[in-house]
Design a protein around this ligand. Structure first.
Ligand SMILES: [Zn+2]
Length: 268
C-alpha cells in the first residue's frame, strides 16, 4: 500500500515538474540524445486568439502578429478602433500566420557585427550543437528572462543568446547572455541555447529577428564547425514534452537559408 502511494506521489511530482517547465520554455536538465529532423512547418492550426491588455491598440496588436490593423479589425468585425476593451478576445486571422515572418522596419544584425558579439572562437569548451527556443511570450528580453529564471531556481538566464522582437529589446537585437561570456553550458553539455522572443504558436518571428538568427547561427556554425544536422529545435530533443519553438517557427526555412549561405561561402 505504502509503495503504491509512493509511486503515485512520484507520478504527481513528475507531472508537476513537467507542467512547471512547459510554459515559457525553460528546460529541465537532460542529457537525452537528439531525434532526427521532424515534421515540416504546418500552416494549419487551431484558431489563435489574443486577449487585449491595458494600453494595447488594434495597430499594436496587429503589428505583433505581422498584419495590418485593418485586417485585424475586419477579422473581428470591428469598425471603430475605439471599441477595443481590456480583456476582450480578438481572433487572429490565419493569413498573417501562414507567412514566414512579420514585417520589420529594423534590419537584422549584419554578419560582421554578429562576429564581434560572438567573439573569437574558444575551443576549450567544445560547442557541438545549437538548440533554438522561443520564449513562449509575446514580449521579453534577456533581462526579463534572467529574472524569471532566477526566480525559478535556474541560476539566471538559461540561454546563451536572446534575439529581440522589438518589445523589450530591439527588433533583431542579439543579446549575449552571461553563460556565453563565461563559456558555460546551460542544461545540456556542448549545446548552444538561442532564444527568440515571441510565442510562435500564436505569431511568427519578425523579419529582423529571423535574419539575426540566421546570421548568428551562420557565425556560430563556422566558428565551431557545427553541421546543419546539429541544429535543432527544442522539441526535437528526445524526451522533451514541449512545442518549443512553436509550430509557426520556420525551421526548414532556417536550415535552407543556412545551406544557401554555406554554398555561397564555401570553407577553404
Ligand atoms: Zn525551448
Amino acid at each position: 500500500m505504502r509503495r503504491r502511494a509512493e509511486g503515485f506521489l512520484k507520478k504527481v511530482f513528475f507531472f508537476l515538474l513537467v507542467a512547471f517547465f512547459i510554459p515559457g520554455c525553460a528546460h529541465a536538465p537532460s542529457r537525452s540524445a537528439f531525434l532526427p529532423l521532424a515534421r515540416p512547418v504546418s500552416s494549419q492550426a487551431t484558431p489563435v486568439y489574443h486577449v487585449v491588455q491595458r494600453g494595447e491598440t488594434f495597430y499594436r496588436i496587429a503589428k505583433l502578429y505581422g498584419m495590418s490593423a485593418g485586417d485585424l479589425m475586419a477579422a473581428n468585425r470591428a469598425s471603430d478602433p475605439a471599441t477595443l476593451e481590456v480583456g476582450q478576445r480578438l481572433l487572429i486571422p490565419r493569413p498573417g500566420l501562414s507567412e514566414f515572418f512579420a514585417p520589420s522596419t529594423a534590419r537584422p544584425l549584419p554578419l560582421e557585427e554578429v562576429r564581434t558579439l560572438v567573439g573569437p572562437a574558444r575551443h576549450d569548451y567544445g560547442w557541438q550543437t545549437i538548440t533554438v527556443h522561443h520564449s513562449g511570450t509575446l514580449k521579453g528580453s534577456a533581462r526579463n528572462f534572467h529574472r524569471d529564471h532566477l526566480r525559478r531556481g535556474m541560476g539566471g538566464l538559461f540561454y546563451h543568446f536572446v534575439i529581440g522582437n522589438g518589445s523589450y529589446s530591439g527588433d533583431g537585437q542579439i543579446e549575449v547572455g552571461w553563460r556565453w561570456k563565461k563559456q558555460l553550458k546551460a542544461n545540456r553539455p556542448h549545446d548552444i541555447q538561442i532564444c527568440l522572443v515571441g510565442d510562435f504558436n500564436r505569431q511568427v518571428p519578425t523579419e529582423a529577428e529571423f535574419g539575426s538568427l540566421v546570421n548568428l547561427v551562420a557565425v556560430l556554425r563556422r566558428e565551431y564547425g557545427i553541421s546543419l544536422d546539429d541544429i535543432r529545435r527544442h522539441e526535437d530533443i528526445k524526451g522533451k514534452h514541449t512545442e518549443c519553438p512553436g509550430e509557426h517557427f520556420p525551421f526548414l526555412k532556417l536550415l535552407s537559408t543556412l545551406d544557401d549561405i554555406e554554398k555561397n561561402n564555401p570553407r577553404r
